[in-house]
Design a protein around this ligand. Structure first.
Ligand SMILES: [Zn+2]
Length: 277
């Protein structure tokens, strides 16, 4: 699958016409209910964005693999909050509103115009206490424990999500999701089904994090201690081989610590050389 190409649609809500234009292709699938920061570089995209500001501040972002035909695609209707014309493009902060379905491309000149409707999402507000919602909130808590640096506001935003659909879309904005996964989540209209998928992705990320958390530091690691003893006790001509085994183990099991050691010892020298280039 090719990286999704983004289209931007502007116009009014409901069944009325609107304008769309192709995105540069560097953007990722955007979930509704999220804050979105984008940079438009393609002239068609920048024109559509600035045009939207002059009118109702609404655009639709449509990821699409085949940019020639976006009819039937699911996209995100977004409110343009702020634009800033910069060198090489337009920076914009948007607020994702809801999923829309592109019904028809009406015209495509300076920027394209499409007709779209609100996608029928199945997301009951009363399912706040649903099982899957509790599962994901538990996963979020575990995440916060394993990565202590996550700001409280972000965790609080997850906790205050009102429905499974909103919680799923918030989670989908986190950096752990690939473009393909985001696109799949955008196209999943059933809120609980979407949250189930999110939960499976988070569980995979948690498994990797739990493994990392279980790895002991070099001074407490039995393998490291044993290999060090063997190096110290062996004949000098055999040390190279054991040292290589030791290094392989450290690269496999303590990559974070290894990078930390290199950064501490040589970081400044690397930075200085880079600055001189
Ligand atoms: Zn070790």
């Amino acid at each position: 699958m090719r990286r999704p190409t983004w289209c931007i649609v502007r116009g009014s809500t409901g069944n009325t016409g609107s304008n769309r234009r192709r995105w540069d292709g560097s953007a990722r699938a955007r979930a509704p209910h999220s804050e979105i920061a984008i940079t438009a570089r393609d002239r068609r995209n920048t024109t559509a964005l600035l045009q939207a500001v002059k009118e109702r501040q609404l655009v639709v972002l449509v990821p699409n693999c085949n940019s020639k035909d976006i009819t039937g695609s699911t996209g995100t209707l977004a409110l343009v909050r702020k634009t800033n014309v910069a060198e090489g493009g337009v920076n914009a902060s948007l607020k994702g509103l809801w999923r829309v379905r592109v019904e028809k491309v009406l015209e495509e000149r300076e920027y394209a115009r499409v007709r779209f409707t609100k996608a029928k999402e199945i997301d009951e507000a009363s399912t706040r206490k649903s099982r899957i919602m509790q599962v994901v909130l538990g996963q979020v808590d575990e995440f916060a424990k394993l990565i202590p640096g996550i700001p409280d506001e972000i965790i609080e935003a997850f906790r205050s999500a009102e429905t499974p659909g909103k919680l799923a879309d918030l989670c989908a904005c986190s950096p752990g999701f690939s473009s393909e996964e985001r696109l799949d989540l955008l196209n999943t209209l059933g809120a609980e089904e979407r949250l189930e998928k999110v939960s499976r992705h988070i569980e995979r990320q948690l498994t990797a994090l739990r493994e990392l958390a279980n790895v002991k530091m070099i001074p407490e690691c039995e393998t490291c201690t044993e290999l060090t003893d063997r190096i110290l006790e062996s004949e000098p001509n055999l040390r190279g081989e054991i040292a290589s085994e030791f290094l392989n183990h450290v690269v496999q099991k303590h990559p974070g610590e290894l990078l930390g050691l290199i950064a501490e010892k040589y970081g400044l020298a690397f930075m200085t050389r880079r600055a001189l280039k």
